[in-house]
Unconditional design. Sequence first.
Length: 214
Amino acid sequence: MQYEPNESNEQHYPAQPREELKMKHLALGRVFWLTVLALFAQPLYAHTTGHTAGGFGLGFAHPLLGGDHLLAMLAVGVWAAHLRGRALWVLPSAFVAALLVGMQIGRGAGAVPWVEPMVAASLLILGLMIALQLRPAATAAIAVVSVFGLVHGHAHGAEMVGALIPYAAGMMLASLLLHGAGIGLGLMLQRAQLQLYRLSGAGVAIAGTALLLV
């Protein structure tokens, strides 16, 4: 089974003047590359070798302050926007559910050396999925984002001390909001210019490659 676009829900917009569309495309391109530069200007790894205190506010802020988690959340949303249909809610839900499970596992098992390379690999693979416009079967797409959700959750759970529930609630809310932002971005980029959509995936893949080489 593959995700198919819901053509009945697609909206048709009146044709716009070429110059107006060109200006919109240029503006979107500037926003995209400024966002990429801003992410590379801060440390991409959200995870440290120390411990993070619990709390709803810190859990909510954590995904927003680390480039690796931020890019992964946005990438899942952008990819879901390409798959359309049920993927718009199934993929984000699967990632966040796996994130919670991974946090619990990481809290009990502690830090392990393979987690950070897997976090970097998640960016590389998600970026390639977007850049190459891949449309795997529904079960495969769910499995991919679930594995990556477990990895990201493990990394956060291993470094956290204090109450798990408020921290996890804040992180899950922030993650869902980032997924929603990624879906909106993906739909906007595809509607404006397909090349920008593919470039967004290439940017995420480059970030993942850079983390693997660090």
